[in-house]
Design a binder for this molecule. Structure first.
Ligand code: ATP
Ligand code: MG
Length: 561
């Protein structure tokens, strides 16, 4: 069973869903079975989320089922950590495979038997050429390939050699098993593709049982057929593999006949969605790990405070198409903001504190003012915030010589402190270096609650915290990991943003924020949406900025704000 929101159940309108609807109407299938087939060689990213939402989503909408299948045919790159992370992240995104957890390695024996079947049918042979020789003989898009000198081997010799490959008699790379299809095919994937290679490596699940491993192409469609997958949905790169996918299913006694359909992968601006690059970012220490909040991984987005519902909503909005395109990352942020606006409680936090002293407020006194937790949700209630003689406001909210359009605090000017009083700045106190270190202000006791009985207006409302009671906090602001909208995946290091992480070490937050769980979303008034990071200490919380309050991409891309 997948996501339960009714919204997610509305069957969408895209070509995949049209195909499924038509198949069901024509009686070609009674139950829809899909699968999400990650290779456990890295963490899932937002691109995978598109595939997950599509595969699990259609299964849910059409009352079918979706399998989680680990494509674990390459033992050297796969790790337990990745398997656990993938399961956790699919669940977090809101999907459940029920009892349908599978592994390509579950089928190794069956796949081996099918390889022998092809050999017996004269449709596969053992090739002794080196990798380099095979590469050279493969031909090009315009030139046919050249038949291997081993292509004519007889069935008995092929069977014997293949069995000895399995028995471990040869070193890595000494021989491969290839399908015997057509070296002159216009589709290079059909030029005698490799089915098995020798690899003396322990597998996380099958240990040392095998020293030959099937190729992706030989494993994928047959695994689909074994599981009764009806619609095998993958990204466009596999379009040219479809004739091979079909060839195997047509030439083997498989128990069912799945069909492959391709859709456009997700590409996001300012983002690289390549496991190779993401792995390299982690390995080289350029990010703090797979769950670094700057990473486009689901683990990174979760730590950054992005709700899974916002990701599902984003994926729904971008839709499923057959042509590749680049989605503006601002669209993802729009979905995030929309969700957090509804769910996040409001709090006050001062990122860069400037002390103010309210000279006419009695020393040693303090009072509680009432603050609203959510302006659009009365049910969220109110909380008490401590007001007193010494407060912190945002350094940016004061200017000694304000330009015309600056309406916030300045010498002689009156502003509102949210939920509290009107204050007027009397004097800016400076240090020897001439920097403003403190403001001397006065308040109007008649404006309690933030309104003047005489009806006078102020142009700005500032957030603030009590100097005595606010809790010191570290705030982490994130900027895009790449400086270019289309970072080069090849030489990605050149496009990395040196300022992707900005740490504010000495912010002050409402005491109510010191407690709380990691991941709880809050809105810091006027600042953005934040969540508590697991690095938090009891006396020193750490907050990640999930997203600002407004679209900051307009600025990045140079257009008017
Ligand atoms: P690689 O195969 O190079 O390791 P991959 O990103 O394709 O990387 P897989 O684990 O094979 O990783 O992906 C699992 C599934 O997710 C595949 O069906 C793949 O097509 C799909 N997928 C991967 N990247 C995207 C993307 N950017 N958008 C949509 N689907 C994707
Ligand atoms: Mg892949």
């Amino acid at each position: 069973m997948a996501v339960t929101e009714t919204a997610a159940r509305e069957a969408g309108q895209d070509f995949i869903r049209d195909i499924i609807r038509a198949d069901l109407a024509a009686g070609r299938h009674t139950t829809v079975v899909t699968r999400f087939p990650p290779e456990p060689n890295g963490y899932l990213h937002i691109g995978h989320a598109k595939s997950i939402c599509l595969n699990f989503g259609v299964a849910e909408e059409f009352d079918g089922r979706c399998h989680l299948r680990f494509d674990d045919t390459n033992p050297t790159k796969e790790e337990r950590e990745y398997i656990d992370a993938i399961e956790r992240d699919v669940r977090w995104l809101g999907f459940d495979w029920g009892g349908h957890l599978y592994h390509a390695s579950d089928y190794f024996e069956q796949l081996y038997q099918w390889a022998e079947h092809l050999i017996r049918a004269g449709k596969a042979y053992v090739d002794d050429q080196t990798q380099e020789e095979m590469r050279l003989a493969r031909g090009t898009l315009t030139e046919a390939g050249i038949d291997s000198p081993y292509r004519g081997r007889g069935v008995a010799e092929n069977l014997d050699l293949f069995r000895r490959m399995r028995a471990g008699e040869y070193p890595n790379g000494a021989r491969v098993l290839r399908a015997k299809i057509d070296m002159a095919s216009g589709n290079i994937n059909l030029r005698d593709p490799v089915l098995y290679r020798i690899l003396h490596a322990a597998h996380p699940r099958t240990g040392t049982t095998w020293c030959i491993y099937p190729s992706y192409d030989f494993a994928h469609g047959q695994s689909d057929a074994i599981e009764g997958v009806t619609h095998s949905i993958c990204t466009l790169e596999f379009e040219d593999h479809r004739p091979l996918y079909d060839w195997f299913l047509e030439n083997l006694p498989v128990p069912s006949r799945p069909r492959q359909y391709e859709f456009a992968r997700l590409n996001l601006s300012y983002t690289v969605l390549s496991k190779r690059v993401l792995t390299e970012l982690v390995r080289s220490g350029r990010v703090g790990g797979w769950d670094d909040p700057r990473m486009p991984t689901l683990a990174g987005l979760r730590r950054r405070g992005v709700p899974p519902a916002a990701i599902r909503d984003f994926i729904k909005r971008i839709g499923v198409a057959k042509a590749n395109s680049i989605v503006d990352v601002a669209m993802l942020e729009f979905s995030i903001r929309e969700h957090l606006n509804k769910t996040a409680q409001r709090r006050m936090a001062v990122l860069r504190p400037l002390k103010i002293v309210i000279e006419n407020y009695p020393e040693g006194r303090g009072e509680d003012v009432e603050a609203v937790n959510h302006p659009e949700d009365a049910g969220a209630g109110t909380r008490r915030v401590r007001f007193g003689r010494e407060l912190f406001i945002e350094r940016d909210d004061f200017m000694e010589n304000p330009p015309k359009k600056f309406f916030r605090l300045a010498p002689g000017r009156e502003v509102r402190l949210r939920y509290a009083y009107f204050i007027t700045c009397r004097e800016a106190v400076k240090n020897k270096a001439g920097e403003v270190v403190e403001l001397r202000c006065s308040y109007d006791p008649a404006t309690r609650g933030g309104n003047a009985p005489d009806g006078r207006k102020v142009q700005a409302t500032l957030h603030w915290v009590s100097a005595a009671e606010a809790v010191p906090a570290e705030i982490r602001l994130y900027n895009p990991l790449f400086v270019r909208p289309d970072p080069n995946a090849g030489d990605f290091a050149a496009d990395l943003n040196p300022n992707s992480l900005e740490i504010i070490a000495d912010a002050r937050v409402e005491p109510a924020l010191a407690a709380g769980d990691s991941g709880d979303a809050v809105q810091f008034e006027r600042q953005g949406y934040f969540c508590r990071d697991p690095d938090s200490m009891p006396d020193r919380p750490v907050f990640n900025r999930t997203v600002g309050l407004r679209d900051s991409w307009a600025k990045v891309s140079g257009s008017a704000d």
